[in-house]
Unconditional design. Structure first.
Length: 254
């Protein structure tokens, strides 16, 4: 399998996972243009996969359907998607044209958010980012933490393919929380070098995220103590640590 990140809007990525015979699944096409350009260069769409209902992740599907009327589209059970698609839920599999991806329910960013895992790649939309995680627009801290723990339990060499280029901003906050983390310092420098050459900072390797991403390390004393110092009180449990960390990030200004 070959993976390509197609830039969209200001900081979105549409992911294309491609077989040797140039069939591709496209994940979260918020706009159609990048997919149409990729198809013109030889990537033939096998299907579209959607992780959640936000328009910057689904907005290009209608135009793609006009180009390929029989294009299969998979997505979560959510009436807000507003277009015909094959609804999938936790434990389902998407199997077609050489692709075999399992569906994981990961509520938190939205109540119906799903992720796709297969071929050593995780397509997680706006749930998990390199060095960060999504905002909780609809879920609870307990839901979001449980979803992140589920993703963190995947094989360490999993490639994390998220929906946005947020790594540099996330790194600044992560360093503020955990300033002495050598692995985090290396990851920040790596990301700076990548962006200086206009390269995507993702996909990220899950094993590295487990060392660097504070939102995957809420059970560790260094993160708990940082949140306690910020809150001025000791968190009651790990959910409380996560909730405090997410609120801290929401209001953080470098």
């Amino acid at each position: 399998m070959r993976l390509t990140a197609l830039p969209a809007f200001q900081d979105n990525y549409i992911w294309a996972l491609q077989t040797p015979d140039d069939r591709a699944v496209f994940i979260d096409p918020g706009e159609a243009g990048p997919v149409l350009e990729a198809a013109a260069q030889g990537m033939q769409p096998a299907a579209v996969l959607l992780t959640h209902h936000h328009d910057d992740h689904i907005g290009g599907v209608a135009e793609l359907r006009r180009q390929w009327p029989r294009l299969r589209v998979f997505g979560p059970v959510d009436e807000r998607i507003g277009l015909e698609h094959e609804q999938v839920a936790d434990g389902d599999r998407v199997q077609l044209s050489g692709f075999d991806l399992s569906v994981m329910a990961v509520p938190g960013h939205t109540r119906s958010h799903i992720a796709y895992f297969g071929h050593n790649h995780l397509f997680c939309g706006d749930m998990l980012f390199s060095l960060g995680c999504g905002r909780m627009f609809e879920g609870t801290p307990a839901q979001m933490l449980a979803s992140l723990k589920r993703l963190a339990a995947l094989p360490p060499q999993t490639w994390v393919c998220c929906g946005h280029e947020y790594t540099l901003a996330n790194a600044v906050f992560a360093r503020h929380v955990d300033p002495t983390n050598a692995a985090l310092q290396r990851r920040q420098q790596e990301a700076l070098d990548m962006r200086s050459r206009s390269r995507p900072t993702v996909p990220a390797v899950l094993a590295n995220e487990l060392q660097c991403n504070p939102f995957l390390r809420t059970g560790e004393a260094v993160i708990r103590d940082a949140v306690a110092a910020h809150l001025g009180q000791f968190p009651a449990d790990e959910v409380d640590v996560f909730a405090g960390l997410r609120r801290w990030k929401d209001g953080f200004r470098a």
